[in-house]
Design a protein around this ligand. Structure first.
Ligand code: F6R
Length: 612
């Protein structure tokens, strides 16, 4: 979704802003713009609809704009269509204030009408312009920009990350945040604001995470942070522990492919510090056996692929913990009057840690007295900071919109959490415990094996890439993996796809199978393998072609029935989905490649969904 960068420094701002925006392109956007304040030319604004390249062309790579202070924005339209006028930065009527905004101003219409009655003319349809106009109004009132920002923030309702320039302040940028991420960066050649660390990692790893209600003054010499009453706040600096190459393609055609290949390493990084001498050690999770015994109910809440991790985890956790586990889409949970009390554990899964629905659901769970534990990839993100406990997946930056390595690390980490809780509860035998730990230790190596054999998937993709509809079937954990395989395929290849629990086929969906339909049949889950085989035969009898994904030990049997097969190594059932999902990611990737799709930035999708 929208991206913000700002710079106050000793170098020309425009090229830095354009580069920062380019590094956030993956988040999804439909227009872009920059504002630079120069000594000679004052505030200069340039905006374009569509790809960033258009903005780079318009400004000759930024060379047309003069000044060392500036803000930039990529917009993902919410209020008003994606066009040049609605693109940020927005400028106040007298041209003195320019700002970029992420989030949604909920009471913008009321403020807009009020200002219109006072004679203010608006240029755009956006909620964001209202903030620029309101700032000018308060600035005219009090003559001090910080004070004007304070007054303005007290009037607006909703969520915001703001970067503000004022023509009267030649070297100062003002930033503010509420419910929308914003970080400050302290670099050698100046200071930064950004909604995403990838935008500034090239310049500095020294960052400060802003908290809700804070306002920052950013100058070439550093940053100062204030609370909403404009009282100075001491803020801790953090060091980002990955470097710029982690957010670059490294010779691969797509980030998604690079990230698929990074999975063994990402899982190693996530699991190995938590496996010590055959035991699961979860720093950051200070639950006692008594705490866990009191848990009568577990919710897992998340969106999209993270929700699919929850579906796998439900199967695994219920077996391990013998406690009811409910997986609920965050967008549903927040409005369903959930049955949460102080004996409820609420697991929250999010790569970005900023997904609005997930955050709102977590807040609702906390409000009802539940204990929240978040599995998050982005350090310092809102969900990570608000959850009662947080465990990080160390997947590194994930740039492709379609998640792969974040999903995999979430899945693996959820298994460790499940095992840890089961051990505290005494619901897992010593033998089972050791078997699961051994499977966790073997996982990165087995993933490397899976990634060493892509030919079957490339071949299958070349055969089926022009199909209009593809089905995924499976039972139990295989069904849960199928949900993710189907989502991967539809989001990047735009092929219609559905995942069905195989047992449900006869209850309606089998009518969709016709001669030539591709069914991806998942047959990895040992206890139900024979039933998976029967389902393959069943769909074949209706003319379907089958690509079966199974385990090495079951390959021979499956190979006699299914047309095409791909096999992954056998492991303990709780970790089988971690291996089984990889062929599905690869299949989706190769299909999208054959179809010439924009794999890293699929249409209409954004990486981090910070609006409802
Ligand atoms: C799909 C995908 C999305 C995310 C979902 C939640 O490939 O990436 O479905 O899983 O938007 O995002 P996070 O995990 O950031 O909360």
């Amino acid at each position: 979704m929208c991206g913000i960068i700002g710079f106050a420094g000793r170098e020309e701002a425009a090229p830095i802003l354009l580069d920062g925006l380019e590094r956030m392109e993956y988040r999804g956007y439909d227009s872009a713009g920059i504002a630079v304040r120069g000594e000679a030319r004052g505030l200069q604004i340039r905006k374009t609809k569509g790809r960033l390249q258009a903005l780079a062309d318009l400004t000759h790579g930024g060379a047309d704009l003069e000044g060392t202070l500036g803000i930039g924005h990529t917009r993902w339209a919410t209020h008003g269509e994606p066009n040049e006028v609605n693109a940020h930065p927005h400028v106040s009527e007298n041209g003195r204030v320019a700002l970029v905004h992420n989030g949604i101003i909920e009471n913008y219409l009321e403020i807009k009408e009020h200002l219109q009655k006072l004679g203010v003319a608006f240029a755009s349809d956006t909620d964001s312009e209202v903030v620029a106009q309101l700032l000018e109004y308060h600035y005219n009132e009090c003559g001090n920009m910080m004070e004007a920002v304070g007054r303005c923030l007290r009037r607006i309702e909703g969520s915001y990350a703001l970067g503000i320039l004022c023509a009267d302040y030649p070297d100062t940028l003002i930033a503010a945040r509420k419910d929308s991420p914003l970080i400050l960066g302290c670099g050698e050649h100046g200071s930064f604001i950004a909604s995403d660390v990838t935008a500034i990692i090239k310049h500095t790893r020294d960052v400060i995470y802003m908290d809700d209600g804070e306002i920052a003054v950013v100058t070439p010499n550093g940053v100062s942070v204030f609370d909403d009453e404009l009282v100075p706040v001491e803020k801790a600096h953090s060091q980002v522990d990955w470097d710029v190459s982690a957010a670059e393609k490294g010779g691969h055609a797509h980030f998604m492919f690079k990230e698929i290949l990074e999975q063994p390493e990402a899982i190693r990084r996530t699991l190995s510090p938590r496996l010590k001498e055959g035991r699961v050690v979860l720093e950051g999770l200070d639950l006692t056996a008594e705490d866990v015994r009191r848990i009568s109910r577990i919710f897992i809440i998340a969106c999209g692929s993270a929700y699919h991790v929850g579906v796998v985890s439900k199967y695994n956790w219920e077996k391990l913990l013998r406690r009811p586990v409910e997986v609920v889409l965050a967008s549903e949970f927040r409005y369903c009057d959930p049955l949460v009390d102080e004996n409820t554990l609420v697991m929250v899964i999010s790569q970005s840690g900023e997904t609005l629905d997930t955050m709102a659901a977590m807040r609702e769970a906390k409000r009802l007295g539940g204990r929240t534990l978040a599995v998050v990839n982005v350090v310092g993100s809102s969900i990570a900071r608000e959850a009662d406990h947080v465990l990080y997946t160390w997947a590194g930056p994930e740039i492709a919109v379609a998640t792969t390595k974040a999903y995999s690390t979430q899945l693996a980490l959820m298994n460790l959490v499940g095992l840890y809780l089961a051990d505290l509860l005494g619901t897992v035998s010593g033998e089972e415990y050791r078997a699961i730990v051994a499977a966790a230790e073997a996982l990165p190596g087995q993933l490397e094996q899976v990634l060493g054999h892509m030919e079957e998937l490339q071949y299958a993709a070349s055969r089926y890439f022009n199909h209009s509809s593809i089905f995924f079937i499976g039972r139990n954990l295989d069904y849960a993996v199928g949900l993710e395989g189907s989502l991967k395929l539809k989001e990047i290849s735009y092929i219609h796809s559905e995942a069905y629990a195989s047992g449900e086929l006869k209850h309606g969906t089998i009518s969709l199978i016709e001669p030539g339909t591709l069914v991806v049949a998942l047959g990895m889950y040992g206890p139900l393998f024979d039933k998976a085989m029967s389902n393959v035969v069943e769909v074949q009898a209706r003319g379907a072609e089958v690509l079966a994904v199974t385990t090495e030990s079951r390959l021979e049997k499956m190979g006699k029935t299914a047309g095409l097969t791909a096999a992954v190594p056998d492991t303990h059932p709780v970790f089988q989905p971690s291996l089984g999902v990889v062929p599905l990611q690869l299949f989706a990737y190769f299909v999208a490649l054959q179809r010439g799709c924009d794999i890293d930035k699929p249409r209409n999708l954004a990486k981090s969904v910070t609006v409802e």
